[in-house]
Design a protein around this ligand. Structure first.
Ligand code: ADP
Ligand code: ZN
Ligand code: ZN
Length: 763
């Protein structure tokens, strides 16, 4: 009798499939199987079936189990992960397995995945009582309470994973009236605003509810919106669209209407809607749920994001995989969901760095979304007020079709007036600022308080590497070999260029004017909240940033307070710049923007411009005239000039010209090789050898290899990190080079770890 073998992808870096023997009939490609691997049992994905194996007969082991309940993944899905693996220089299994929800990769959970488990959820009383009613040191109980507060509901296996005696605890809590038990898993997904926005958010729920009903009421589309929807709904075959709409122009309504048109024509179609961050934009999800509540199917909309409990995520994923979910609304990981009826993809805020995964498989969900649309021959809509320069350049070349929304959708809402506060001028006139907050900004905040309007104070505090500047003459330390500013490495007392590796000691005085008081740009601004409270007496100040929102769900509660009018001045970082539709905000103040102008990172300006446009977009939404005040020492900088005129197009085209001249992306393609060693020398030596090996790689003449440089944060937990940049004007040449490089890299020794990143965002 002839034998049958399967070739299985495992989550393992070796670029190979693993052979196993199986009974006839063999599982189809795309089937999940449990197989022995060394001494363990692991879950893998069948990629091929074969009548023979190249392994010696005695070395081939049998598969242990087949996941019968999850239908095989399609060849189309396998092609998607195979593309991602090849493009991002990983093994197939390293892409395919992590793309599946954890519960599917755990054989012991297979039998229960499809049973309808009872689901537990907090009642309002439970939200009020927990976790304060628990003993301080009852860590497992607190975990369970926190998970219940975060997830819409939990099933028994999820609960038991958090607390071994969850069953008894949940029964006790139910007796207290703290939780409800539902036995219908799908009913549990029905949208419930109250459970979503927290117990103390009643006022917020009312505000949200009115916003939602306004959306559900389906406004008459503006001409520009109607044109965009017609273009998307009428598209045939692969059609990438760049929806460039100013803040408040109603991009969400374009997505909603395009989806409606899709489902009207094809009730069984599926749509994928990607957002950068799901927890910060509850209004977006609420709008989709309100509009599509009546869609056929028991799981019309599902969400997919990393903060979901395993069981919940697996159910969403399976609903998509079985074609039952009409709309999958998710963060970047959702781009790898199995969607057999996929007919339209939306990538909202397509410029957001959050679409780039920054560890493991470092993929760009936006780029994979475009590839997927091409694979299926469907439309993909990239929406933004400030498109990435990569996407803008595609549109300029006519590869993406541009759809423009140039005006705000709400009748009397206009874009805010943007003005610069010249800090240099303030200083010359002897009007200093207090803790970085200037007099004119304080005056503007006070006048809003008197009028009962709200203000936002935005701190640009993203981890920009420090640059050295002279306060007296405006000199900023730059690289003599590159058109880049150099990074101050305080501990090494050195200035380093992260592009070419040039290095120098920190000068004692400004080389231009001799001033000895030279210092890094930008200052710590944690005190802004307190300072503002002192400067604007009577104002209720609220800070929203990563620290104040560490507890999940707390961001929503804080935002609810803003919506409910309980806050006069909202202070925050990038989190407040996102898509919140604050109705009473009429002033935005911007602090600390300048450091990004002189970053060694050539994308810093693009990001700053996008952030400032976003945050400016928070002002003057509902008829209140909006004003934006940017504090700066460089009021005539081209970036601020463009911002003042709301001129994204001017900014984008000027910046593209600079990038073209400097041979930077999107005019070249880049990849980084990173190495981590016990010493910096070891990491650099590894990279040196790796770089030398590229001298005789195919296409060597079309690829530029730079010197290895230490990373900005060189040492993390006693591991020293360095990187090597490889660049080419031809994407194909770069990829061919990287492919040929892999076997060599695997033979090099001397470092703890190395990895290749294609299209890095941070260099
Ligand atoms: P964007 O995402 O482009 O910044 P939003 O989608 O948040 O804009 O829409 C801004 C506001 O305009 C929302 O309050 C939305 O309900 C409203 N809106 C959208 N389209 C219309 C329309 N055609 N008529 C009236 N209001 C609209
Ligand atoms: Zn100087
Ligand atoms: Zn340099």
């Amino acid at each position: 009798m002839s034998e049958t073998f399967v070739r299985v992808a495992l989550d393992h870096p070796l670029p190979t499939l693993f052979d196993y023997r199986c009974d006839a009939p063999p599982p189809e490609p795309g089937t999940l199987v449990a197989v022995p691997f060394g001494k363990r049992s692991v879950v893998g994905l069948v990629v091929e079936v074969s009548a023979h194996s190249d392994l010696a007969a005695g070395r081939v082991r049998n598969i242990e189990a087949t996941c019968g309940a999850c239908a095989p993944l399609s060849s189309e899905w396998l092609a998607l992960v195979a593309f991602a693996a090849d493009y991002y220089q990983r093994s197939l299994g390293e892409v395919a397995l992590p793309a599946l929800p954890q519960a599917l990769r755990d054989r012991s959970r297979w039998p229960r995945l499809f049973a309808v488990e009872p689901r537990f959820r907090l009642t309002a009383a439970g939200r009020a009582a927990l976790p304060d009613a628990l003993p301080a040191r009852a860590a497992a109980l607190r975990r369970l309470a926190a998970a219940l507060a975060d997830a819409r509901s939990l099933d028994a296996p999820d609960a038991r994973a958090l607390h071994p005696k969850a069953g008894a605890t949940l029964a006790a809590w139910q007796a207290q009236g703290w939780i409800d038990v539902e036995t219908d898993a799908d009913a549990a997904r029905a949208f419930d605003a109250r459970a979503d926005w927290g117990a103390d958010g009643d006022a917020a729920v009312a505000v949200m509810a009115s916003a939602v009903s306004a959306i559900a009421a389906r406004p008459a589309l503006t001409d520009e919106q109607a044109q965009a929807v017609d273009a998307i709904a009428g598209a045939q075959g692969f059609s990438p669209f760049l929806l460039h709409g100013v803040t408040g122009s109603g991009k969400t309504e374009v997505y909603l209407s395009a989806l409606e048109r899709l489902f009207a024509a094809r009730p069984d179609a599926q749509a994928l809607v990607l957002v950068p961050e799901i927890n910060l934009t509850p209004q977006f999800e609420a709008a989709f749920r309100a509009r599509f509540a009546a869609l056929a199917g028991d799981a019309s909309i599902v969400t997919l994001h990393s903060a979901m409990a395993d069981g919940e995520r697996a159910r969403s994923w399976l609903a998509a995989h079985r074609g039952r979910a009409r709309i999958v609304l998710g963060t970047r990981l959702a781009v790898l969901a199995s969607l057999p009826e996929l007919a339209l993809i939306v990538v909202d805020e397509e410029h957001e760095p959050a679409y780039k995964q920054q560890e493991g498989l470092r993929y760009s969900a936006r780029d994979l979304a475009i590839w997927r649309a091409k694979q299926r021959g469907i439309a993909v809509v990239l929406g933004s007020a400030t498109p990435s320069l990569e996407s803008w350049w595609q549109a300029e070349q006519g590869r993406y079709r541009r759809l423009s929304l140039s005006r705000r959708a709400v009748a009397d809402a206009v874009l805010p007036a943007v003005k610069m506060i010249d800090l240099e001028e303030e200083r010359r006139r002897g009007r200093g600022s207090v803790d970085g907050i200037s007099g004119p900004l304080v005056a503007a905040l006070k006048s809003r308080l008197e009028r009962g309007e709200q203000s936002l104070v935005f701190l640009n505090r993203r981890g920009y590497a420090p640059v050295l500047a002279c306060d007296a003459c405006g000199w900023v330390a730059g690289c003599p070999r590159c058109s880049a500013y150099v990074v101050l490495h305080k501990s090494a007392h050195a200035l380093r260029c992260h592009h070419c590796g040039w290095e120098a000691r920190v000068p004692r005085a400004c080389p231009d004017c001799g001033n000895v008081d030279i210092a890094p740009l930008g200052r710590g601004t944690q005190r802004v909240e307190e300072t503002l409270a002192g400067l604007v007496p009577g104002a209720r100040v609220l800070r929203i940033d990563a620290d104040s929102t560490r507890r999940k769900g707390s961001a929503q509660t804080l935002f609810s307070n803003v919506h409910a009018g309980e806050v006069d001045i909202l202070v925050g970082t990038q989190m407040i710049a996102k898509g919140h539709d604050f109705q009473r905000v009429s002033l935005v103040g911007v602090l600390n923007a300048d450091s990004a102008l002189f970053s060694h990172d050539f994308r810093a300006g693009e990001r700053l411009f996008a952030q400032l446009m976003q945050v400016s977009g928070r002002a003057g939404r509902a008829g209140l005239p909006g004003e934006v005040l940017v504090q700066t020492r460089y009021p005539r900088h081209a970036l601020y000039h463009a911002l003042g005129r709301h001129d994204y197009v001017g900014f984008a085209n000027a910046t593209l010209d600079e990038r073209r001249d400097a041979h930077l992306p999107p005019f070249v393609y880049q990849a980084l090789l990173r190495a981590e060693g016990r010493t910096l020398e070891a990491a650099l030596a590894f990279l040196g050898q790796a770089g030398a090996a590229l001298a005789d790689a195919p296409f060597a003449e079309r690829v530029t290899v730079y010197d290895a440089v230490p990373m900005t944060i060189v040492k993390v937990a006693n591991v020293h990190r360095a990187q090597l940049l490889v660049e080419s004007a031809s994407r194909a040449s770069l990829l061919a080079t990287l492919r040929a490089w892999q076997p060599t890299l695997r033979t090099l020794k001397g470092v703890i770890r190395w990895s290749v990143e294609v299209d890095p965002l941070d260099i």
